[in-house]
Design a protein around this ligand. Sequence first.
Ligand code: 3HC
Ligand code: NAI
Length: 698
Amino acid sequence: MSVVKFKYEDDICLIEVNNPPVNAISLEVRKDLLNAVIDLENDKKIKAVVICAPNRTFLAGADIREFGKNIDGPILSDICNRLEKLDKIVIASLHGTPLGGGLEVAMSCHYRVATPDTKVGLPEVLLGIIPGAGGTQRLPRLAGISISLEMMLTGRHVPASEAIENGIIDEIIDDKDTVLNGIKVAKKLIANKSKPVATYLRNEKFINSEETKISIKKIKDKFKSKHKNLFSPQAILQSVEEGLKLTFEQAIKNERKLFSDCIKSPQREGLIHSFFSERAVNKIPELKNGKSKSINKIGVIGGGTMGTGISMAALNSGFSVVMIEQDEQSINKAQEKINSTYERSVSLGRISANDKQRILSNFKGLTDLNSLSDRDLIIEAVFEEMDVKKEVFKKLNTICKNETVLASNTSYLNVNEIADVVTNPERVIGLHFFSPANIMKLLEIVVAEKTSNDTVATAFSLAKSMKKIPVRSGVCDGFIGNRILSKYLVATYHMVEDGASIFDIDRVIRDFGCAMGPFQVIDLAGGDIGWATRKRKAHSRHKDDRYVEIPDRVCEKGWFGQKTGKGYYLYGKDVPFLTPNPEIDQICNEERKRAGINQKEFNDQEIIDKYISSLVLEGVKILEEKISLRPSDIDVVYINGYGFPRWRGGPMNYADSMGLDKVLNNIKNYEKEDSRFWKCPDLLTKLVSENKSFKDLN
Ligand code: 3HC
Ligand code: NAI
């Protein structure tokens, strides 16, 4: 069946694209569109053309799955150029999300009409590429340089109301029927004898002047630090800047070349891997027959860091929330934190005072656990102690309705054990939010042994309502994210004891693209948390495990990081960011001496190799144990929860790009030094022997 259909109404030709789910502009669509344009070039009767896609959305962009493959056939850029030169008025009737190539098609039409809820954008930068079908040249002609650059450098989706103000669209019609909208406009334009005006001829907002140079400089400065390490934002700027000095035709050729350079870049591969991985997380066995329960009323137990964040995340998504604390003083403190967070949002203009009032009208802070009897879902966020959690779940077992879903936000504890204190454990699940829970997108959904498919489906649907990215995890100490974190922290402690500087390690990992180095992360989260975990696990540590005491020495001094003003770095009003704590090196030296270590020097590559190898090593074990269903889920966890550079596609994808044979080789070498820590997983050896990569397991 053809993906592009034609209909004729008097002297109007209607081109309807139908390529579900999002009308991506695949090779088939391009072939059909090109044929349509060729027909129209030779047609003398048709006076107006309407392009629309009446199902879910107008064209949401090029078909990303085709990138990096050798595909012969018409190029969208050429189709847009020919479309623009037609001698009849071409109207794009927009709805949904005309993005990337979709907006580029629309911009090469002569008129754009949209439904009020349409959002347009050129999000190519998020995929490591630049708009490659005239977008870098036509958008500035319609909207001006500053707005266009801001849109292309952020990938932001712009609502119709803003797009019309900026000249990107011409009209909004409050009717969902895009076919009728297009025809209505076509008839109006024919009646007015309107002539087609090609966007490439509209140069009034695209002028090579001093003023333009100043605007471009301002934008470059604004995005400099955000786009450090990234290739495609530079290419976008280059295409626009150079376009100012070229004819349109030359500028399009230049854009095409820059587009091709981006397509070849590993960053494009990493970013597109991230895009598809974030969509793959929802493909899990439990959702095949699990049925989501309806959730309206949520209970949160504990009003500390996580309880307050989770409550706000739920309130922001329109849920009714009752939060329970141990006593009046604690609940008042928690309420004050929530109130002040919303107050800050009001003062920053993010929400109105009315919004704040509306949101908080759904919130109650109480101290009696019995008040949770009417809740549909409860999220426990009390202290990280098994006995405390079990006590809470035992009480919930008697207080709540039988069908209430009971979730724990534990970071490390065994959810099976928690579930066992409840008479119907199939309704117990782990919902591991990340701090700050009202901001961070990641949600690990921990499926315990007895968790029912319906409970899993409910958790995934909750994540969707809260606009979180859910990743399924099995039960183990730390689940996917924190288990891997524990591993690579130990690997970095080993490196420090062997002679590497803490501050070099952080720098190298930042330079690699991570948001923070591991010691910065410890200072942010509080060194005491890891210290408590190390003490908790001390009895189960094998006598032959290498244990580095440096972090314990730091904690013994009361240096827990930001909250105590001192950790691996110093903190304070007048202290510059990343000022090393001058006493740390001495602690390291003393510990190296005490442990009888022969110090060695580490170069940057050695640091990064060991860091990545430890991450991947634990990732592979997690796959072997089926804690994670696929390597790409680990990538999603690391990108969205641990600041791993998105453009590297996550640690498992990065390992693929290095070559698994190289990763295996590194691990085998480390294994010679410490066979317990670096014991090589069979799965990795098997993949290398079969010449496979993690991608083959996705
Ligand atoms: N190509 C191929 N598949 C795509 C796609 C695309 N451009 N956009 C979405 N899909 C697929 C998704 O992978 C998903 O598939 P699945 O059901 O098998 O998992 C399905 O369409 C639905 O996508 P979402 O789950 O993301 O649906 P939402 O309704 O939440 O969001 C959307 C829809 C806003 C369109 C979102 O999918 C999106 O942002 N897509 C990417 C848009 C984009 O980046 N366009 C530019 C492409 S690059 C380009 O056009 C180059 C040009 O300049 C030449
Ligand atoms: P926190 O110490 O800030 O807050 C815990 C709160 O629970 C305290 O306010 C305490 O008064 C309250 N509480 C204790 N027992 C209670 C009870 N029986 N009834 C009602 N309230 C009770 O701790 P935080 O950081 O919020 O952690 C909570 C849980 O979330 C822990 O399991 C932790 O491992 C987990 N977690 C923490 C993250 C973090 O970054 N802090 C991230 C993800 C999970």
